[in-house]
Write a protein that binds this ligand. Structure first.
Ligand code: DC
Length: 237
């Protein structure tokens, strides 16, 4: 593997990027960077600061007081600390999903997180997952992927996941999940900066009819093949 290789995996919400990225990183022995969780941590901070997350000026003013830290957790997981406080278990609520999508549209928020993400990427051997990894943050990444799936399929997968997680068999409102999925798609795609789109050289994978394992295998095959080509070319020099 090339020493500084970065693999970017972008795509809309609920497409399975996190699970796929985590598995790809483990198979390559790379670290895994979940940039969506970073935006979610900002949303938690904004909410806890009593700031309206639709008010860009207020969010930007509050941002100066944010110290976001990523720390290694158990079993290779990352913990997200906001001013020293571990907020990892609060990142996945539907409210934070929508709020993170809103604050991620503000340029100063993106600048702050983009800088952190590039610093983390400097060490190389990273699988970076998000919306703009291949287009904005790591435009020179060696391997770029964009995962996609129909919104209905993404909402169904999410509903099944929630159903499996709920201990008391609570009924999951799939129609509401679909509504929120489509709302976030719209917010993430229509914003003027770092909007959700595949990088020109990204391999686009429609995962609608694929299992997670098939997606992971496809990505690993592609990365390994590209690395072999790079090595062969270098050997010919
Ligand atoms: O991947 P996720 O659902 O955890 O991301 C939460 C929100 O953060 C998402 O709606 C858009 C935003 N985001 C972003 O703008 N850029 C990224 N690189 C990652 C996430």
């Amino acid at each position: 593997m090339s020493e500084l290789a970065i693999v970017t995996i972008d795509g809309p919400s609920g497409v399975g990027k996190s699970s796929v990225s985590r598995q790809v990183a483990a198979a390559l022995d790379y670290s895994y960077l979940d940039t969506g969780a970073m935006y979610r941590a900002v949303a938690v901070f904004v909410g806890d600061s009593g700031v309206d997350d639709r008010n860009e000026q207020a969010v930007v003013r509050a941002l100066a007081a944010l110290r976001l830290t990523l720390a290694p957790g158990k079993g290779g997981d990352t913990r997200f600390l906001v001013n020293g406080l571990d907020v990892t278990c609060r990142l996945r609520s539907p409210e934070i999903s929508l709020a993170s999508s809103r604050v991620s549209a503000f340029a100063p928020v993106r600048q702050k997180l983009g800088l952190m993400q590039r610093r983390i990427g400097e060490a190389g051997r990273v699988v970076a997952e998000g919306r703009d990894m291949g287009t904005v943050v790591f435009p020179d990444a060696a391997h770029k992927f964009f995962l996609d799936a129909h919104p209905e399929i993404r909402a169904r997968r999410r509903a099944l996941q929630l159903q499996a997680q709920s201990a008391n068999g609570a009924v999951v409102d799939e129609a509401e999940i679909l509504r929120q999925t489509m709302l976030r798609d719209r917010q993430d795609s229509e914003r003027p900066i770092a909007s959700l789109r595949p990088a020109d050289t990204a391999m686009i994978i429609d995962t609608s009819a694929m299992t997670q394992e098939q997606v992971v295998d496809l990505i690993l095959d592609r990365v390994r093949m590209a690395e072999r080509l790079i090595r062969d070319k270098q050997a010919l020099k």
